[in-house]
Design a protein around this ligand. Sequence first.
Ligand code: GCU
Length: 455
Amino acid sequence: MNKYILLIGLLGTGIFAHTQRLSQAQRDSIYQLTVADFEQMKEQLGISIPNRPGPSGDPSAPNAANSDESKVRSYDLPDPLRFDNGKPVQSSKEWWSKRRPEIVEHFDREIYGRVPKNVPSVTWQVLSEKDTTIGSWPIVEKRLKGVVDNSSYPDLSVEIELLIATPASATEKVPLVLEFGFINWPFGPRPDQSASILSSNEPGWKEQLISRGWGYAIIVPHSIQADNGAGLRAGIIGLTNQGKTRTPEQWGALRAWAWGASRAMDYFEVDDDIDAKRVAIEGLSRYGKAAAVTLAYDDRFSIGFIGSSGAGGLKILRRNFGESVENLASSGEYHWFCGNFIKYASTHTADDLPVDAHQLVALCAPRPVFISLGSPVVEGNWIDAKGNFLAGVHAGPVYELLGKKGLSNNSFPPLGTAMTEGDIAYRQHAGGHTTGPNWSTWIAWACRYWGDCGF
Ligand code: GCU
């Protein structure tokens, strides 16, 4: 095994990137390998001009991202209910058979990338099972690993980390929320988050779910695919490519993480403790983007809880407010997407995208999706709470066509308003970059769909 493969192998499995603090030399190495991969992808695309730089997330910087509503340009959004040839979609049948596949094709080719046909299979192993507690609630906690078949390329291995917790008192299969997150905090010891509280009166999300009689699970994204460009020749993307670089249409990390969530769903379907018909996907920020992609692409997930996903998730990319395509398609974030996406920060612009974020919401229809944001004062404007709201607004007609209800109101609500009457729900809580304060609202809303609330 050469040194490069060894290094990217370690990156892919997260040993360097996630279980210890990185030395400066390791950081430099990741940076150099990332830039080299980014440049080779631009060469594959035949792009020789430099990318346009994205705005800064620092509001006091001279090139700060726009956070002024009056400076938002007007833009034209592609109509989810009009075919690419301009003809209107006239029935739900036309949506399912022709328009939805058209939209999927655009996301596949230009944004999130295609999952190659030869992705190896996963075998789940239960590593441990124990009776324990979360807060004051008894639970059964299982640790699993999903071992990916690497017989086609033994130099790389991928083992997906998964934790599943269900109420010890459960007498039948329970609904469950799958979160993209961490099982062990990556940077050494820290207090047990599982018992963490939001305030002295509100328990954390795990306790809230268990107290309802529901379960939770956590899947670790970097055990599927590293969160940097340097790792693209390792992880599930690299293993499938036998250690080679991607082609421009192949999947990026968001699609890879979503693929991992789908493999966890394969396991839920055969676990006697879990009602696989009632599994939600949840995540925050880049993991909120991954949660949106999971829900859009795998209809076995019945509900979504999409936390502050922002650009590349549920924020309208044509809207010049907060993070932009130029940030996403830079060497720091391009690995989330397919190589083709880099075009939109160089030879093309966001206005040339064949689809926008409202169509990602539309792909989730008719399944319920909750769009969660924090307060601009605490979370900042990078995420563009209104841009995420508008994705919900413009996906509404697809929900209506399928006999469901979009957002209950199309005007941007005051902070804290729970817009939960429809199958697209929205709430901007008063906290920062977290889904925390929205859990109780989400649970009350999900109860409508999952029926029993554990009582
Ligand atoms: C950066 C990035 C966002 C992302 C966020 C996160 O701010 O620009 O797109 O959502 O990191 O994942 O924390």
